[in-house]
Design a protein around this ligand. Structure first.
Ligand code: FAD
Length: 476
């Protein structure tokens, strides 16, 4: 067993080995997985990260990079067999530069997302990645999972928001790829390899991110609809009426809304009569708050005329806009209270999305009458959280026992319709094996090739994203 005390010199004492100190780093946010590690190591700059990686490589110790530990697929939990450390980036949270002319910000990987948003706001700019965990997730974790959230429709996901990276490679070298360029065709795109790699290829230590002009005003509406197909027709209309001003388009079922109304005191139904489905639409304007409101009104009128919208509520203040958004944002938490949930984070071509919901709900009803769906998501991006919850009276143990077959049923339909079984949460350990089953042998072979080329000793987050490769892993 390697002497972990040697690492104390390398990282100037920032090594946690006491079980109580380490505990928060060893269990994931949802408390599904708990792992074990020799130590939690907290470097404060890239050179120290590189020294830690070299030490681990020399001693056959695996490395699990960790940011805010809010990931939902188990990627940041140390679960591998054999000796490993958690490499926490939490102390690397400097904002290195803000370049308002170039519309970029250069930050260290341990920066909390909300702090980066605030730093952008200080120079009257917007960093548009936005998700419910923004108060604790980090830029390194956002990049390593290629996070999405509610701003993707207008601004893209983390891959679209990143221009350059600094990475410590698996052999302990520092790659300075902190380019602040919007055009750079000088060979393979190494940056894009590390984004979404879930800590399996190297440690991201800093990034150059894009900034945007902020919106001056926004208008939020919730429209009641008969079916998801009408939501997609309304999205098409919204793209015409609002164009680049369309900054949010979220779908949720009446069952999801009911859960929120029950869960949160003070939450109110946005329209008089309940309807089977709702969409939340956000329109923003960079120049004039009234413009967003006018464009939204004209969209809703067109929606009524075409028979797509049954009823609608429109915000006339920022407080009302926030209250409408809260109905959507509270769904996850409200579902958590309703019992054991089988979660699916799927993406589909928009043209397949409505039929996917109909087909999957019918198939689930027929085969698993003990459960029901609670569907919501970033429908503008083709991303649904197609969750499955117990019907009244179904114990959690039954739902638990159905997880495998329900996953297979839902994911088979997703893949048959050209979709993805992980839209924004990554593979980690949760979807690793299922993903391998659905991908072609050609695709899996290329992925293994990249892993071997960049991490030949297999020390970077082994067993995540790709299954354990007996030939190359440390400790074999
Ligand atoms: P961690 O959980 O610490 O790590 C996640 C993965 O990245 C792990 O594989 C880890 O090894 C790797 N990693 C972390 N830091 C580094 C690094 N510096 N270098 C290399 N690898 C690294 N995701 C969405 O996309 N959209 C959402 O809307 C969304 N909503 C969420 C809401 C809640 C309430 C929660 C808890 C999570 C949500 N997520 C969402 C999940 C999302 O992926 C994470 O919140 C976030 O992106 C992960 O950041 P983190 O710093 O917590 O990473």
């Amino acid at each position: 067993m390697p002497d972990i005390n040697e690492l104390r010199d390398v990282v100037r004492g920032r090594v946690l080995t006491d079980p109580d100190d380490m505990a928060p780093f060893l269990t994931d946010w949802r408390r599904i997985w708990t792992g074990r590690a020799l130590a939690v190591v907290q470097p404060d700059d890239a050179e120290v990260v590189a020294a830690v990686v070299r030490w681990c490589g020399d001693h056959g110790v695996a490395i699990v990079p960790q940011g805010g530990n809010t990931g939902l697929s188990g990627g940041a939990t140390p679960l591998a067999v054999g000796a490993c450390i958690v490499l926490s980036l939490a102390r690397m949270k400097a904002i290195r530069t803000v370049d308002a002319v170039n519309n970029t910000i250069t930050v260290e990987a341990g920066c909390i997302l909300a702090d980066v948003q605030a730093a952008a706001q200080d120079v009257n700019r917007l960093f548009p990645l936005s998700l419910a965990a923004e108060g604790s997730c980090t830029i390194g974790g956002n990049l390593a999972t290629n996070a999405g959230g509610t701003g993707v429709l207008r601004y893209g996901n983390m891959r679209d928001l990143c221009l350059g990276l600094e990475v410590v490679t698996a052999d302990g070298a520092v790659w300075d790829g902190l380019r602040a360029l919007r055009k750079d065709n000088t060979g393979y795109d190494l940056r894009d390899l590390f984004i979404g790699s879930e800590g399996t290829l190297g440690v991201i230590t800093a990034a150059v991110l894009k900034l945007f002009p902020p919106s001056v005003g926004r208008c939020v509406a919730v429209a009641a609809l008969e079916c998801p197909a009408n939501a997609l027709d309304l999205l098409h209309l919204a793209q015409t009426h609002l164009s680049g001003g369309l900054t949010g388009f979220e779908l949720f079922s009446d069952f999801c809304l009911e859960l929120v109304l029950h869960h949160r005191e003070g939450a109110r139904r946005p329209v008089e009569e309940s309807a089977p489905w709702y969409v939340l639409i956000e329109a923003s304007s960079a120049t004039d708050a009234d413009l967003a409101n006018e464009a939204m009104q004209s969209l809703l009128e067109a929606g009524f005329e075409q028979g797509l919208v049954i009823d609608a509520a429109l915000s006339s203040s920022e407080a009302q806009a926030e209250a409408l958004w809260a109905l959507r944002e509270d769904i996850s938490e409200a579902q958590g209270e309703a019992g054991k949930t089988i979660k699916h984070d799927v993406a589909l071509p928009l043209s397949q999305l409505a039929d996917f919901i109909i087909e999957s709900e019918a198939a689930l009803d027929a085969r698993f009458p003990e459960v029901r769906t609670g569907v919501f998501g970033h429908v503008g991006d083709g991303n649904l959280h197609f969750n499955v919850l117990p019907r009244d009276g179904t114990p959690d143990t039954i739902v638990e026992s159905l997880t495998g077959p329900v996953n297979k049923l839902v994911h088979d339909i997703v893949v048959a319709r050209g979709g993805s079984i992980s839209a924004e949460h990554g593979l980690g350990v949760l979807r690793r094996d299922e993903s391998a089953r659905y991908k072609s042998e050609v695709e899996m072979a290329m992925m293994r090739c990249i892993k071997h080329a960049l991490d030949p000793r297999g020390i970077m987050n082994p067993d995540k994203l790709l299954a354990h490769d007996v030939g190359s892993l440390v400790g074999q």
